[in-house]
Design a protein. Structure first.
Length: 509
């Protein structure tokens, strides 16, 4: 009931239009709002892969369900390209904004908790405030994000941080856009970010997130050819849990969380001691925290009609990945973008993406802590954090390294392998978007061969195909009301065979 009261209040606020002054109209032009009501159905008690993947954790895993969603955002004022023009127009380099999204779901089963609990829930995927000064932004709260180089619209999911899990609560200082370096005549631009967050999960208390990224782009914004490279680095660290007591992983259930440990996390260096009263030899030989990231490369060519982008996200979890001992592991993609404006209004293909994900090498099948490159990376699993690189039951990185809770009983009969028992796989993906008059179409299909893990190999190679077709269009004679329809299916040996659909109405302001 509380959720519905919030939604009604939101509609009344964003719909009010009486007694507007010029300042009020200017403020409203920077406020966007959406209310959506929808329903999902599935042939079995599990939502098809593409209906729940990369949705920031807001779609229930339990098959048929209803959903009510509302959001409101206050955006920045548009900023002119130069400081002089900003000054002439009287615009300040300082600005602020807000974001709020709430989702209410109802359904019979929630598989996230690995039991048959009721799926009725209220989620807050976005609650944040932000301020901007010049090219820099500081924000705090939960916010939808992905990290890496590639096509953010149609990707299968970026390798280290994909937008598959509900966003973290965090504080971040960053440059949201590339900043050209003027003394290099804008031929080089940079993006940087630094964040501290919190893993608010029930299985471990007080765990934290360290995150940073840096990227460089070579080529002027107007150039036809540009090359971009850089990396992102995330660390899950600290925390206390009962399951860690009396193990080799912690001192009385507590993981290292002092400022000295934080410095070691930021610099990704080994601790000064092999073991002490704060940590055991597990941290002394593996570094403090669970490190996950990608080293990215992208080459883009564009003209007035089209754009091509070739990109690779090289996954790493330790020094062997940084040294490229796990080649060819990572995500490789090619995107084609149609930049030509079609005035005929018939059929227009707008975007095509093909990707290949491989995670089979992992720096070899042998782990030796005495070696410089220890090997056997065991992607997304971790000894101290039993749910590994996940948040609220969902994978933070590529959704094709999925939790055990999503697999069939046949697959889960292979005991061992941790929270992510299938982290050695090869996946091929294709996606396309098109426009037919005022209707927008999206198609996705992925096929994978799944080998399990080095800790527990599958007895056979499990194959899996997942596909989806979706359409969205504005309803005639109804201002800013949109209808969305999606149909998806899973066929194979990894997930239950299922066919499902999603239908919703959305009102935009």
């Amino acid at each position: 009931m509380r959720f519905y009261l919030y939604t009604i209040s939101f509609i009344l606020i964003v719909s009010h239009t009486k007694g507007q002054t010029a300042d009020t109209l200017a403020l409203k032009s920077r406020i966007r709002g959406v209310v959506e009501i929808g329903g999902m159905t599935s042939s079995v008690a599990q939502t098809p892969f593409w209906l729940r993947t990369n949705q920031y954790g807001i779609v229930s895993l339990g098959g048929s369900a209803g959903t009510l969603r509302a959001s409101a955002f206050r955006d920045y004022r548009p900023v002119s390209p130069t400081a002089d023009s900003v000054a002439r127009k009287g615009h300040s380099r300082f600005d602020w904004g807000l974001g709020l999204s709430v989702v209410g779901n109802t359904g019979p089963v929630d598989l996230t908790n690995n039991d048959l609990t009721d799926a009725r829930q209220v989620l807050w995927p976005e609650v944040f405030a932000k301020i901007r000064f010049g090219q820099f932004e500081l924000f705090g709260g939960r916010r939808r994000e992905v990290y890496g180089l590639g096509d953010t619209t149609l990707t299968s999911g970026f390798v280290a941080w994909s937008g598959n899990a509900i966003p973290f609560p965090k504080i971040q200082l960053h440059t949201p856009n590339f900043v050209p370096i003027r003394w290099l005549r804008n031929a080089v631009a940079f993006r940087v970010g630094y964040a501290h967050g919190w893993f608010t999960q029930p299985n471990i208390q007080g765990a934290m997130l360290h995150q940073k990224y840096v990227y460089l782009r070579f080529g002027k914004p107007t150039a036809k050819l540009a090359f971009t490279t850089g990396l992102n680095h995330q660390v899950q660290w600290g925390g206390r849990a009962d399951y860690l007591r009396n193990t080799i992983f912690s001192v009385d259930g507590q993981l290292p969380d002092t400022f000295k440990d934080y410095v070691a996390v930021v610099l990704a260096k080994y601790p000064d001691a092999f073991a002490n009263d704060r940590f055991t030899e597990f941290d002394g030989t593996n570094r403090v925290g669970n490190h996950v990231g990608s080293i990215d490369f992208a080459l883009e060519w564009k003209d007035a009609r089209r754009s091509w982008q070739l990109y690779h996200q090289h996954i790493y979890e330790d020094a062997s990945g940084i040294a490229f001992q796990n080649v060819p592991d990572g995500l490789t993609g090619l995107r084609w973008l149609n930049r030509k404006v079609d005035r005929a209004g018939t059929f227009r293909l707008t975007r095509v993406v093909v990707e290949v994900l491989t995670t089979t090498d992992q720096s070899g099948d042998t782990f030796d802590f005495k070696r410089r490159f220890q090997g056997r990376d065991n992607y997304f699993n971790h000894g101290q954090y039993v749910q590994g690189w996940s948040y609220q039951g969902r994978t933070i990185g590529t959704p094709f390294i999925a939790p055990r809770t999503t697999f069939t009983q046949v697959v889960n009969a292979n005991e061992g392998g941790g929270f992510f028992p299938n982290n050695r796989l090869v996946m091929w993906y294709a996606g396309a978007q098109a426009q037919v008059k005022t209707v927008y179409l999206t198609a996705r299909v992925a096929w994978s061969r799944n080998f399990g893990s080095y800790d527990q190999a599958f007895p056979v190679v499990y194959q899996q195909t997942s596909a989806m077709l979706a359409g969205q269009g504005r309803l005639p004679r109804l201002p800013n009301v949109w209808l969305t329809a999606s149909l998806a299916l899973d066929r194979g040996e990894l997930y239950p065979d299922t066919v499902g659909g999603f239908l919703s109405l959305q009102k935009r302001w």
